[in-house]
Design a protein around this ligand. Structure first.
Ligand SMILES: *Cc1c(COP(=O)(O)O)cnc(C)c1O
Length: 361
């Protein structure tokens, strides 16, 4: 069986170091808001090229904290791609803001910058982009619009650890960025984890406080905060894995390149890439009119696949207010997309077998 993602195999490579670092946490007797988190925050900020990294409990909280940090609330509008994982949109509605859904570009699957301006009203406060599947959004156009209308730009980088746009990393392409360290992400821990990265000094201080019960010092609460922490064990694990991220992304790129050069089947549309360095291939998504049939066929041939995602957010029960909106490009993507196995531990043999079997479909 070719696994979609073999997390055990991914983490087993770092077992000795992880064991050692977890032991350090056990020995220290200090489990939250300690030196492991400080160390990882420092290293991840440096990696992304930003001034601040604030660890938190998960990727959804990271986005939520940014919106809270900027004080966006009731009725404020935030522009967001219609084609994303629902967390991006939940972070907006959780704060009483209105998500303004914008169609993706069918080629990149990312938000179509040419459709943003027509959605701007006097309530618009921010554009939240998503580097979907690991491909950095072409940010220049986003920034031009944001500057023209005085909007904040926020990145959802949950799928894009290490992706570059014009030499800068995801996490350093906007006012503030949210990351997830969910186990299956390109940089994943062994439970839940997330962080915010930003160059905004004021925002960083505020978010650090909001994430800790709104407290700037012990028992002194200046915001109605939340409890969202990256614990010491997760931070230690992430700090072990971070130095290997670039190499892991390189392996993903190599597999993606092989898929793109060797999958030759008229029924299949391959993903388009604008800049090799801008893509870290969290997901290798192809499209086909015969999606369900292909998935079944691959399963019969012992190849696990996944669908990112089967139902667009505006068609979910949670968002009845959007049920009558028509977003044909998003709907087309959700109807036809299927993700092939890709990971830093996939063998050459497995990649070749996957291609052979797809070409015979
Ligand atoms: C994973 C993911 C999130 C949420 O991260 P969690 O850590 O699971 O809360 C948000 N946005 C996108 C695009 C994601 O892929």
């Amino acid at each position: 069986m070719i696994k979609f993602l073999d997390l055990h195999k991914i983490n087993e490579r770092f077992r000795k170091e992880i064991d050692e670092r977890i032991k350090q946490v056990l020995d220290s007797g200090w489990y939250l808001l300690g030196e492991q988190k400080e160390l990882f925050e420092k290293h991840f900020a440096k990696y992304c090229g930003v001034k601040h990294c604030i660890g938190c409990a998960n990727g959804l909280d990271a986005l939520n904290l940014i919106i809270r940090g900027y004080g966006f609330k009731n009725g404020d509008e935030i522009i967001v791609p219609a084609n994303t994982y629902i967390a991006t949109i939940l972070a907006i509605s959780e704060n009483g803001c209105t998500p303004i859904l914008v169609e993706p570009d069918i080629n990149t699957y990312n938000i179509n910058p040419d459709l943003i301006e027509e959605k701007i009203t006097n309530k618009t406060k921010a554009i939240m982009v998503v580097h979907l599947y690991g491909q950095a959004v072409q940010m220049d156009k986003i920034w031009t619009i944001a500057k023209k209308y005085n909007l904040k730009v926020i990145e959802d980088s949950a799928q894009a650890h290490g992706a570059l746009y014009k030499g800068k990393r995801a996490g350093n392409l906007s006012d503030a960025s949210g990351f997830s360290f969910y186990p299956g992400k390109n940089l994943g821990c062994m439970g839940d984890g997330g962080c915010v990265t930003t160059n905004d000094d004021e925002l960083a201080v505020k978010i650090r406080a909001i994430a800790n019960y709104g407290s700037d010092r012990k028992y002194h609460h200046i915001y109605k905060g939340i409890n969202s922490r990256l614990d010491e064990i997760q931070a230690a694990i992430l700090d072990v894995k971070l130095p290997h991220l670039d190499n892991d992304n390189k392996k993903r790129r190599k597999i993606a390149k092989y898929y793109r050069e060797n999958i030759k089947n008229p029924k299949i549309i391959l993903p388009k890439v604008y800049d090799e360095n801008a893509h870290v291939w969290h997901v290798f998504a192809i499209r086909t009119e015969e999606r369900d049939k292909l998935q079944k066929y691959l399963e019969e041939n012992e190849i696990q696949t996944n669908i990112h995602y089967p139902t667009p957010p505006h068609k979910q029960g949670a968002y009845k207010e959007f049920v009558n909106i028509s977003l044909p490009v998003s709907e087309e993507i959700h109807r036809t997309v299927i993700s092939l196995p890709i990971s830093p531990v996939m063998t050459e043999e497995e990649v070749k077998k996957t291609v052979d079997i797809i070409n015979k479909f």
